[in-house]
Design a protein around this ligand. Structure first.
Ligand code: NI
Length: 187
């Protein structure tokens, strides 16, 4: 197992839809193991394959504070249904971050409920419905598979703050990454 470099906003794989997983083989298992290790080291509550430069439709989560799913898991070729967004601006407790936009946080409104259907590491289907912060994590990670970062969803004035942060950090171009446990960043 090894910790993988996490690519930063501007790397093309983060900004285009990922491809379905078709082979449930040893290479997939090794990738998922590395993603767990990378997510734990970051540390993060979720990590999608495009964030480690792999344009495939899978993500891992590591989040104990919910009863709807195992504390750690992988969603392969997922589909996500979400409740309608409630109108209004996000609250102060709705501040999100991303390992591919590291060290920055911005407020974003998310749906309060989500239903995830996906395949596990063996290709077997599973599903769960969840709410609260775990529903937010599912929405955030699922977006990565469609080439969306949470900063792409921000409303004014948060969107302006994210644009400034990207410029200040020198992101928004290909080839940038950081290595959890080596580089002193956090998402
Ligand atoms: Ni993210």
């Amino acid at each position: 197992m090894s910790i993988l470099p996490i690519v930063i906003s501007g790397e093309p794989v983060l900004h285009r839809p990922a491809e379905p997983v078709t082979e449930f083989d040893a290479a997939l298992r090794a990738l998922v193991d590395d993603m767990y290790e990378t997510c734990e080291a970051a540390p993060g509550v979720g990590l999608a394959a495009p964030q480690v430069g792999i344009g495939k439709r899978l993500f891992v989560w590591m989040y104990e504070d919910q009863d709807d799913a195992p504390a750690r898991g992988v969603a392969i070729n997922p589909t996500l249904w979400i409740a309608p967004l409630e109108p209004g601006l996000p609250g102060e407790d709705e501040v999100e971050g991303c390992l591919s936009f590291p060290g920055e946080r911005f407020a974003l409104r998310r749906a309060s409920r989500a239903l995830l259907r996906a395949q596990d590491i063996d290709g077997a289907p599973f599903e769960f419905e969840t709410g609260g912060w775990f529903a937010r994590i599912m929405q955030h990670e699922y977006d990565h598979l469609d080439g969306l970062l949470y900063v792409d969803r921000l409303q004014h004035p948060e969107s302006r703050g994210a644009q400034k942060a990207e410029r200040r950090n020198g992101w928004g171009k290909p080839g940038l990454s950081w290595l959890p446990g080596v580089d002193d960043l956090e998402g």
